[in-house]
Write a protein that binds this ligand. Structure first.
Ligand code: AMP
Ligand code: GLY
Length: 418
C-alpha cells in the first residue's frame, strides 16, 4: 500500500518524534496529529484541532481525511477505551483496547498477569485499607516502595527511606478499594526501557534505551515523566539481553497472546537489571517519553511499514537497528514537576546537522513558540558514539540558554565510564 494518510493521537515530544519518523516514510502521504502541538506545523504535520477524547470528531476526521490507521501516543486515551470506540466504528487503530490497557492502568491487573505468566518482578502486596497498610509497614523492610494504583504519569511512586517516612506518606493517602496502595520490595540495578511492537500473531523488539526518571542530577529529586534518554545501552551485556528476552519478553508476549487480549501496538516493559536477573518494574501500553525520541531514530526500517503490518495483523518485518548513538536531554520549566512556570519564549535557531529538537508543551503566537508546561522540548544528539552524542547535546544546550528552564547534566553517564 502506497501513499496512505495516517493519524497520531497526542501532543507531546513523543508524538512529535513519532510524526517526524512517519513523515520520513515513502509510503505516507499525509501525517495528521490530534490535537498535536504548534511546532509540528513546521515539520509538515497537519495538526487537527480535536481533543484526544472527542471521539465523534476523531472518527469524522478518519473518514474526511481517509486515514488508513491511527496510532495512539498516550496511556490516558488507551485506558479510557479509544481503541474500543475506533473498533466499533471499523476504523483501524494501533493500541491495546481498554481491557488490555489495564496492564498499565491497574497495578493489581499487571501483578496478576505477571504471577500467572511467571514473569520476574518485585515482591509486592496490595492494600485497600489504611489501617491494614499501616500494620504491614515493615513487610519488605526499608527503603520501601509505595505505589498508588492507577495512572500517575510516572509520578505515582514514593520510595520511603524509613518507617517514619513510610507511615507519614500512608497517612496522607486516601486508601480504599478504588484507591489501593501497593507496597514493593525496593530493587536496585540499572533500569532499561524495552519496547515490544506486537500484534495478535507476531512481535519485534525495538532498540533498548535508558530513561532518567528523577528530576535532578545523580538520580536525586522527585520522580518525573523522564528527563532524558539514550540508546544504545552498551553496559547491558549480550548475555543480559538474552536473559531479558527469555525471562521477560517471551513470557510477556506469550501471556498477551494466550489471554487473547485485543492488543496491537507497543508494550513497554520497564526492567531493572538486579543481581538476581531482570525484574519487571512496570508495564506501560505505549511508547515512552522521552525514550521514543532516541529509539525511533535507530530504526532503519520504514516505521510506517512496520505499523501498517501491525494495523493489518501481517507478520512484522525484522527490525534493522542502526549502529549510531542517540542521546536526548529534556529541557523542563523551572519548578517542574511540582510547579512549573510557563510562557518563556522558546527561540532555537542555528540547529546543527546532528541535533534534532522534539517539541512538547509549546504554544504559538505570531510565529513564536512559548512554553506551556513542564517538559518543553528535548534536544536529541546523533553521533557515532554516545560520548560524542552527549558532547553535541550539551554544547548545544550551553550555547542556547533559555531563562527559567533547567535540564539534567548527567544524561548518558551510566553508560559512559571514562
Ligand atoms: P513506576 O511508576 O512503577 O514506573 O515507577 C517509577 C520509578 O520508580 C521507576 O522507574 C523506578 O525508578 C522506581 N521504582 C518503581 N518500583 C521500584 C522498585 N520496586 N524498586 C526500586 N525502584 C522502583
Ligand atoms: N519515560 C517514562 C515513561 O514514558 O513512562
Amino acid at each position: 500500500m502506497e501513499n496512505i494518510n495516517v493519524m497520531v493521537i497526542g501532543s507531546g515530544g513523543r508524538e512529535y518524534a513519532i510524526c517526524r519518523k512517519l513523515k520520513a516514510s515513502s509510503m505516507v502521504n499525509k501525517v495528521f496529529c490530534a490535537p498535536g502541538n504548534p511546532a509540528m506545523n513546521k515539520i509538515g504535520v497537519e495538526v487537527l484541532d480535536i481533543e484526544e477524547n472527542d471521539y465523534d470528531k476523531l472518527i469524522q476526521a478518519v473518514e474526511l481525511h481517509q486515514i488508513a490507521w491511527t496510532f495512539v501516543g498516550g496511556e490516558v486515551e488507551l485506558a479510557n477505551g479509544i481503541v474500543d470506540v475506533f473498533q466499533e466504528h471499523h476504523c483501524k487503530i494501533i493500541g491495546p483496547d481498554k481491557e488490555a490497557a489495564q496492564l498499565e492502568s491497574s497495578k493489581s491487573f499487571a501483578l496478576k498477569f505477571m504471577r500467572k505468566n511467571n514473569i520476574p518482578t518485585a515482591q509486592s502486596k496490595t492494600f485497600s485499607n489504611k489501617e491494614v497498610a499501616r500494620k504491614n509497614i515493615t513487610e519488605f523492610g526499608f527503603p520501601l516502595v509505595i505505589k498508588k494504583d492507577g495512572l500517575a504519569g510516572g509520578k505515582g511512586v514514593y520510595i520511603a527511606p524509613d518507617q517514619e517516612a513510610a507511615l507519614q506518606f500512608v497517612d496522607q493517602q486516601d486508601v480504599d478499594a478504588a484507591h489501593p496502595l501497593v507496597y514493593q520490595e525496593c530493587l536496585s540495578g540499572q533500569e532499561y526501557s524495552v519496547f515490544i511492537l506486537l500484534d495478535q500473531n507476531s512481535y519485534q523488539v525495538l532498540p533498548i534505551s535508558q530513561d532518567h526518571k528523577r528530576a535532578y542530577d545523580n538520580d536525586e529529586g522527585p520522580n518525573t515523566g523522564g528527563m532524558g534518554a539514550y540508546s544504545p545501552v552498551p553496559q547491558l551485556t549480550s548475555q543480559q539481553y538474552e536473559q531479558i528476552m527469555k525471562d521477560v519478553v517471551e513470557p510477556t508476549v506469550k501471556g498477551v497472546h494466550r489471554e487473547k487480549f485485543s492488543y496491537k501496538g507497543i508494550l513497554y516493559v520497564g526492567i531493572m537489571m538486579t543481581a538476581e536477573g531482570p525484574k519487571v518494574i512496570e508495564y506501560n501500553v505505549r511508547l515512552g517519553d522521552p525514550e521514543t525520541q532516541v529509539v525511533l531514530p535507530r530504526i532503519e526500517n520504514d516505521f510506517a511499514k512496520l505499523l501498517n503490518q501491525v494495523a493489518n495483523n501481517e507478520k512484522i518485518d525484522n527490525i534493522i537497528i542502526s549502529y549510531e548513538s542517540f542521546i536526548n536531554v529534556v529541557l523542563a520549566a523551572k519548578g517542574y514537576p511540582q510547579n512549573p512556570v510557563t510562557n518563556q519564549k522558546i527561540d532555537l535557531t542555528d540547529i546543527p546537522e546532528n541535533i534534532f529538537i522534539d517539541y512538547a508543551n509549546v504554544s504559538e503566537k505570531d510565529g513564536v513558540l512559548y512554553n506551556q508546561g513542564g517538559r518543553i522540548l528535548s534536544v536529541v544528539g546523533r553521533a557515532a558514539s554516545l560520548k560524542e552524542a552527549q558532547k553535541e547535546v550539551y554544547s548545544f544546550l550551553n550555547e542556547h540558554p533559555i531563562s527559567d528552564t533547567f535540564y539534567r547534566k548527567d544524561i548518558g553517564n551510566k553508560a559512559i565510564c571514562d
